[in-house]
Design a protein around this ligand. Sequence first.
Ligand code: S3P
Length: 429
Amino acid sequence: MNISHLSNLYGEINIPGDKSISHRSIMLGALATGTTEVSGFLQGADCLSSISCFEKMGINIENNRETNTVIIQGKGLHGLSAPRNILDVGNSGTTTRLMSGILAAQQFSSTVDGDASIRKRPMGRIITPLTEMGASFECLANDKCAPFIIHGGKLHGISYNSPVASAQVKSAILLAGLYAEGATTVTEPALSRNHTELMFESFGADINVTNQGKTVTVRPGIDLKAQRILIPGDISSAAYFIAAGLITPNSEITIKNVGINPTRDGILTVCKMMGADIKYSNVKNDIGEPVADITVSTTTLHGCTIEGDIIPKLIDEIPIIAIMAAFAEGTTIIKDAQELKVKESNRIDVMSTNLKLMGCDIEPTEDGMIINGGRPLHGAVIDSKLDHRIAMSFAIAGGLADGDTEIIGAECVNISYPHFYDDLYNLAR
Ligand code: S3P
């Protein structure tokens, strides 16, 4: 895919549904009793992987791809049946880790596998606590990696201090905790996204959150009740248009219906730190998750330092933040973000290599990167490494660079944002 010069991005845009909430809607819908109706579901390949895995376990799921509504006939906590085939998670880390928490508690064994990227991602972080709860894992290729067989069984509650601030780890343990004997508690070093906790509450689970959100306890013995779920637009997808509106000359973009949950809004804080004026309108909170329309316009940004507890609140947005930093005046330092190395690609390496190819002054560090912004960028051939967030970030950078940019593997945006390029070009005047 070739990206040519873009300017004057102007108009309104509706972004697709939140990926994290879409996954959780399928899983909790499957485990609840009754019919769960979901609207605003993300039709990205990752969420479709979650659907197909639960269908393989006997759950009837009707997905209307025109209206983005999904109807799940939940069978209750003990209604899943043994899958006849491998559970293929595709590229989806969220499917792998959250579903493993559920599989750990089943009276059957199941095999989980995914694509080349999934096979490299660390699974020790869920294998350790789920094994402590009573499940057992057999890794079929490499230690602590997919593919693996999960032998589920009777679990007991644990009190777990997670070494990483990861919503996937936290959620896997909490899902297993729905089935365990006694209470299950997870404490994380910094607050990660809390969509699982919010959805547990609305489905009626016995959950208790303390320690400014960092400690969560779930107790078993309550049947989940089917819900209506209205999924807001994904702030991680909105981030590309927020950045584009700020750094593209003569632009003003309104992004409608964006989920602005405080555990996800680090990108907005960073834009403000860099000098942006973010305008909110239609702010609502009638679905358990706060939502707003966001308007941004062209701004001269300046560098800043991003570190500490804000990192989990913007972990998926660091690639596009790096692009903003490349166009900002002064230095941006990103620290405490070593988790970037174990995402869909090694995002520290891939961002630095590719931004350097475009003429940016960027240095990778052990836990982040240092970017001296303000140099004009030129077009280049960018290898996305099939990482959707890398492809979308360089589409925005390519639009601002001199000359054409070619993105290799550009179609990987399908993972989280199937119509991304159309939406971007529709804003160009
Ligand atoms: C997610 C959590 C994050 C994020 C991922 C989605 C989730 O991963 O990077 O895209 O839905 O729970 P970690 O929790 O492992 O950091």
